[in-house]
Design a protein around this ligand. Structure first.
Ligand SMILES: [Zn+2]
Ligand SMILES: [Zn+2]
Length: 408
């Protein structure tokens, strides 16, 4: 992968605006505002919300707002108005819609999207399998882009800066979870492309405190899947313990990234796929798996831990049977079909079942250096954003090896 920088200038979750102002000396603040001016951008006016599909054709570009008119930060052709792919309700097709304008809140930034990965969670959103989806919804939570507008109180990010957006869009900052390092469990959290507009769009507006700074240079399409598949893979790896034999059930975007880190850590990987998915099995073998086969098979060696990336409840008893005593099965998906009943004997022996929910900003902070060390390479297939439906269909059918990425 391309290297990614750390979080040196990243704001604490609930930093007050006064604190933010005090954190910078007057001269430094003036310098940053001046720098933004020199780059020819309005630092205060952000102008976008998600319009419904019934809205009319995109408005003509406004030459008074160069960020909108030139498409400089997005790679959009000059004159092309901001747009998104939107879904009006569960099961409906995604359609192209213009992005209407709105003022940025003081702590928000607008990002010109360069690439947005396609995640299995997007399928759960599109199929209406998650509660409280904010229709009409723009999916997408694996975004790489460049900041093209800053809210008036954002001083730790800059116009033109290359950044990422992940699933976690905001948290309350006050609850028992937020104050104990578990903001992924916050009851008031909002999630990109689920309860707030996502990255299947030319632009996205985000709370600056949840934006992830990236290295200035990098492969936008290659880095996009790291923002969810990579992060969820990483969070699930924190739970496998120190065992040697690790099983990965469902060999898609997250698993192929997790495998590379596991191999770097000196472990053996056993990859499980659908019985007839020989393409994914040989993909896993090519990446260095010790064994790849059907999820209905027992692996040649007992596992110390298994991670379920496939949303199939029947895999849980299968994985329990494959792990040795004291082993752990980690469910990494946000949604799973019902788990069939199973005999207590396959759980007995101090085997454990745990789930992974969402990600934290701390996950991002620790993941990117680890991915760089492990020289993680993401296998991607790019699609034009307007062909989002085709990318989703390929993911659904299992025709993909690696990750699908949409390019506006
Ligand atoms: Zn995801
Ligand atoms: Zn909270």
């Amino acid at each position: 992968m391309q290297g990614v920088i750390g979080f040196g200038g990243f704001s604490p979750v609930r930093r007050t605006l006064i604190g933010a102002m005090e954190a910078l000396s007057n001269s430094e603040r003036q310098r940053r505002i001046e720098k933004a001016r020199q780059l020819g951008r309005d630092t205060r006016l952000g102008r976008m919300h998600v319009a419904g599909p019934e809205d009319t054709e995109p408005a003509a570009p406004d030459p008074a707002r160069p960020g909108l008119a030139t498409g400089l930060a997005t790679g959009l052709a000059p004159g092309l108005a901001p747009y998104c792919m939107i879904q009006a309700g569960p099961g409906q097709k995604l359609t192209r819609a213009p992005l209407a304008e709105r003022q940025l809140a003081p702590h928000e930034v607008r990002i010109g999207v360069r690439a947005c990965g396609v995640c299995r969670t997007d399928l759960h959103v599109i199929d209406g399998e998650l509660p409280n989806i904010a229709y009409p919804i723009v999916p997408g939570h694996e975004v790489v882009g460049r900041i093209d507008q800053l809210g008036s109180d954002v001083f730790d990010l800059a116009i033109g800066q290359r950044v990422g957006v992940c699933w976690l869009a905001a948290t309350c900052g006050r609850c028992r979870y937020c104050t104990t390092g578990r903001e992924n469990l916050c009851d008031e959290a909002s999630f990109t492309g689920y309860t707030s507009p996502g990255g299947y769009a030319s632009h996205i507006i985000m709370d600056s405190r949840f934006v992830i700074p990236l290295t200035p240079e990098g492969d936008d399409a290659g880095d996009a899947p790291l923002l969810c598949a990579g992060l969820i893979g990483w969070r699930s790896l924190q739970r496998v313990g120190d065992g040697q034999n690790i099983g990965l059930y469902g060999f898609g975007a997250a698993a192929h990234i997790a495998l590379q880190i596991l191999l770097y850590q000196g472990r053996k990987v056993f990859a499980f796929t659908r019985a007839d998915d020989h393409a994914s099995q040989s993909f896993a073998n090519r990446l260095g798996a010790s064994w790849a086969g059907s999820s209905e098979e027992r692996p040649p060696e007992d596992l110390d831990a298994a991670i379920l990336y496939a949303p199939v409840g029947a895999l849980l008893p299968a994985a329990l049977r494959a792990v040795r005593k004291g082993g752990r099965v980690i469910c990494a998906g946000i949604h799973m079909s019902d788990i069939p009943s199973f005999p207590y004997a396959i759980l007995w022996g101090e085997r454990e079942i745990v789930s992974i929910a969402n990600v934290t900003r701390a996950d991002a902070k620790s993941f990117f250096p680890a991915a760089r060390k492990a020289d993680v390479r993401v296998h991607t297939r790019s699609y034009p954003l307007l062909e989002a439906e085709r990318a989703l269909a390929d993911l659904r059918s299992g025709r993909l090896q690696g990750a699908a990425v949409l390019i506006p």
